[in-house]
Design a protein around this ligand. Structure first.
Ligand code: F58
Length: 840
């Protein structure tokens, strides 16, 4: 489709005056002042810091819009194949700094703002975190959107615009307390509401069948409830490209006509009540990061955003005058875990019932559309929905799933005749007790490709969790090791290291992260080492100031910053780190003059509000911190800090300042990890198990530059099979015993011997994550770490090599692999506006 000249986006009659699009310091300053006046309705004497932030955000958004419209026009004109990334979570992080980096105007804006006697950092701080995700899975989606735009791949992110994101974590007496996250309270300058593209979504009711005019037997869904899905779009600009893709998040609203009947019959409150129920759908993000409890509202959320998104894609397809049969040619849909897996049934329903395709055509389109990424090996995290609940909410989809299952089971019978046990294991319906729908099975059957997120994880999927699907469809399985965006986790958050690297090897590494390899040549250069060390120290000093502001704790920037940040879960073993701290503390108490490497232990992360043991581990960290930080015998050699409310903003302060990255999950439990990559990229050394992507990080950086400890997955499996007895380790190891006994004695809890009992009993009697089995290996390895840190030249060399050799963990590499091996999609060039600067 060729747009008429007058409608070309950059000439579409809009003002191109410099205050909207100009990129000089003077343009940016004027734009900021104009926005403050005309959009915020404020003048400097009355304006708050937040007004300044908003004015700047709108000024930057104007620059984005120019590229966004240009991108949309290009995609429309070219009818481009498009990736639709379906995810219940997008943990985007703050947008202002990121957009300044993408536009290449960070320094100019700093100057423009400074010329008004304002401080850019203070304005950046005003932006609330859009916390629309729990952890790794949601942040991965955000990194992938950044790479898609940077690689100039047409893409849409589809998800939910939660009114309340992940809760804010506070601490009271060392315990986690949750507060509602009102991130939208002061407005969100990055989004544009598009009510004209709202869609109706139905729920409940029943199905019936009828004969259409042609005498065809058809099924009709007679739903009970309707809600409106309203899209809000956020532009996502690639790094120094003109490509600005869209994140389209759906909000639930009551349909306008909705309350007439009740209203007319006088049931005003009833009508308002129903409106409230509709709006509940996109109210709040579920804060669990592992267990999938079968909650009706959660299934409602999933179906809501999936249905909205597929309908939106059909609108786009039809708008481009493409036939339905080309749906899978126009769109490649990636299912980010099983949360959007209901899309398989919904696309079938839309094609069958609303567009009257036959089953075979509809199924062929569906299977060629979807690909599924699995993110977990934990059985308790695999989503299943009780049939009754499912049938009440989505009766037509239940029929469709039964039919998919019926045909699938026939296929299995042909491939594995007479293997009834296999049929039961593979069935989309779990009939071992109460009947459930297994969403991973629906995703596997309905997708052309299934991928794990690290090499080890993919192998374990094939051998363990999804082994029957692997036997059925070996060709569907692929590995796609995760990656992280260097734009946010290096350029934006670690300007000092970014500048040093750019001085040495030029600026192309930001888009071609493999080029970091060129740093290897300087790993032993004393001048370079010195500068490298000074930068790390300077980042640590910045963090030390922040820690003191936040917690009142004074930490020594010369001590080793030993950091463990991630969601709290027993399998991630934060409490193993605590046992190390207590062991060092016990050694100091036994011998106050002992020579130990000074360390600052920094923790951060949230626990699911209902995950009691995880919350107890947070309490334990804070209790140990209280004792260790105050004890004069320690003489400041150990400090323990818990940074509350870990989020993307905080993460950006922590990675650059880390010496040691703790990646200590039980082997075989962490699918990949992505924090591990961010640390290594920023020159931290890893102490880790052979789990998730740690395995590949170690391969890349070299075994001699990685601190390995612990059981392997095979050893864990074997121990479990042979009967593991944690008590034996307790009995045999005096230091371990002393550490556990100190907790039990109430030493860290003002004499309270009850509070940590459940934790200790769990460890002594079950220890499902093999802490006691891995304890000694961890302690020994930490001793190596301590010694290595004292040898500054050696440590610095290792640090440089970690950065130099982790280029492969860029999300650009990961996305390129998805494009080539799964999506079969090519970049589309969007013309740059004339005035885009090119400097880093
Ligand atoms: C994480 N999963 C994996 N799930 O644990 C991690 O190893 C991996 O690096 C990351 O995905 C990216 O692949 C994860 O974050 C969740 O948060 C879900 C949220 C919704 C409920 C179920 C868990």
């Amino acid at each position: 489709v060729q747009l008429p000249q007058a409608l070309q986006p950059t000439d579409a009659g809009v003002s191109k005056s410099s205050h909207r699009t100009g990129m000089t310091v003077e343009d940016l300053k004027q734009a900021f002042l104009d926005n403050l006046f005309y959009d915020q309705g404020k003048f400097p004497a009355l304006a708050t810091q937040h007004d300044y932030y908003m004015a700047l955000a709108y000024a930057v958004r104007d620059r984005l819009l120019q590229r966004w419209n240009q991108t949309a026009a290009t995609y429309t004109a070219e009818g481009s194949r498009t990736v639709a990334y379906f995810s219940a979570e997008f943990l985007m992080g703050p947008q202002l700094g990121k957009n300044l980096t993408s536009l290449g105007i960070y320094d100019r804006v700093r100057d423009a703002i400074a010329s008004l006697d304002l401080d850019l950092d203070a304005l950046l701080d005003e932006e609330p975190e859009p916390g629309l995700g729990n952890g790794g899975l949601g942040r991965l989606a955000a990194c992938y959107l950044d790479s898609l735009a940077t690689l100039e791949i047409p893409a849409l992110g589809y998800g939910i615009r939660y009114e309340f994101g992940i809760f804010q974590q506070d601490l009271q007496d060392g315990w986690q307390v949750e507060k509602t996250d009102k991130w939208l309270r002061l407005g969100n300058p990055w989004e544009i509401k598009r009510p004209e593209w709202g869609v109706e979504v139905k729920f409940g009711g029943h199905t019936d069948s009828y004969l259409d005019q042609d005498g065809c037997y058809r099924v009709r869904w007679v739903p009970e409830q309707t809600v409106m899905g309203i899209p809000y779009d956020t532009p996502l600009l690639g790094y120094q490209t003109a490509t600005a893709n869209t994140l389209r998040l759906w909000t639930a609203e009551a349909p306008e006509s909705f309350n007439f009947e009740s209203f007319n019959s006088g049931d005003y409150l009833g009508a308002v009540y129903e409106k409230m129920i509709s709006e509940n759908i996109s109210k709040v993000l579920y804060p669990n990061d592992d267990s999938a409890q079968g909650k009706r509202l959660r299934l409602t959320q999933q179906y809501f955003f999936v249905s909205c998104s597929l309908r939106d894609m059909l609108r786009i397809l039809i708008g481009q005058e493409l036939p339905l049969e080309k749906f899978h040619e126009k769109f490649a849909v990636q299912l980010n875990d099983t949360h959007p897996a209901i899309a398989v049934a919904e696309l079938m329903r839309l094609l069958l019932d609303e567009h009257h395709l036959n089953w075979e055509s509809a199924w062929s389109i569906t299977q060629r559309t979807f690909a599924y990424t699995n993110h977990t090996l934990l059985p308790e995290a695999l989503e299943r929905w009780p049939i009754d609940l499912f049938g009440q909410l989505l009766p037509r989809h239940l029929d469709v799933i039964y039919e998919i299952n019926h045909r699938f089971i026939d296929e299995v019978r042909i491939k594995f005749p007479g293997d009834e046990a296999r049929l039961a294991r593979l069935s989309l319906i779990d009939e071992s007790g109460e009947r459930y729908i297994r969403m991973a099975h629906l995703a596997c059957v309905g997708s052309h490709t299934i991928n794990g997120v690290a090499a080890l994880h993919t192998e374990l999927l094939k051998q363990d969790v999804l082994q029957d699907f692997y036997a059925m469809y070996p060709h569907k399985f692929q590995n796609k090791t995760n990656g992280v965006t260097p734009r946010r986790f290096m350029v934006l958050s670690n300007a000092k290291l970014t500048n040093l690297i750019t001085e040495k090897i030029g600026d192309q590494w930001v888009k071609h992260l493999d080029q970091l390899q060129q740093l290897e040549a300087f790993a032993d250069d004393p001048d370079f080492q010195n500068t490298w060390r000074e930068i790390k120290l300077s980042c640590k000093r910045d963090l030390a100031v922040f820690i003191q502001q936040q917690t009142g704790i004074v930490v020594d920037p010369h001590s080793m910053f030993d950091i463990l940040i991630k969601r709290f879960h027993e399998y991630k073993r934060q409490h193993l780190d605590v046992l190390h701290i207590i062991t060092l503390y016990n050694r100091i108490k036994a011998n106050p003059d002992i020579d130990i490497t000074p360390r600052t232990f920094i923790f951060g992360g949230k626990a699911a509000p209902g995950y009691w043991m995880a919350k107890l581990i947070i309490k334990l960290i804070n209790s140990v911190a209280d004792v260790v930080n105050r004890d004069p015998d320690v003489r400041g050699r150990l400090k323990v800090v818990f940074m509350k409310n870990f989020n993307v903003k905080l993460a950006q302060r922590l990675y650059p300042a880390a010496d040691l990255s703790e990646q200590i999950s039980t082997a075989g439990k962490e699918a990949s990890g992505t924090g591990n990559m961010k640390f290594a990229l920023n020159g931290a050394l890893t102490i880790g198990t052979l789990d998730g992507a740690n395995v590949e990080i170690r391969e890349q950086v070299g075994a001699e530059n990685f601190f390995l400890f612990g059981l392997t997955t095979e050893q864990v499996y074997k121990m479990r099979a042979e009967g593991y007895c944690p008590q034996d380790y307790y009995q045999a190891n005096p230091e371990l015993r002393l550490a556990l006994d100190r907790i039990a004695s109430g030493f860290f809890s003002h004499g309270d011997t009850e509070v940590f009992k459940p934790l200790l009993d769990g460890l002594m009697n079950h220890d499902p994550y093999f802490l006691l089995a891995d304890y000694q290996s961890y302690i020994d390895c930490q001793k190596e770490v301590g010694l290595a840190f004292k040898d500054t030249a050696r440590w610095t060399r290792m640090s440089i090599l970690n950065t130099a050799r982790t280029g492969t963990f860029s999300s650009d590499r990961a996305i390129q692999e998805y494009c080539d091996d799964i999506w079969n999609i090519q970049p589309v060039k969007v013309a740059q506006p004339d005035d885009v600067p090119t400097a880093v």
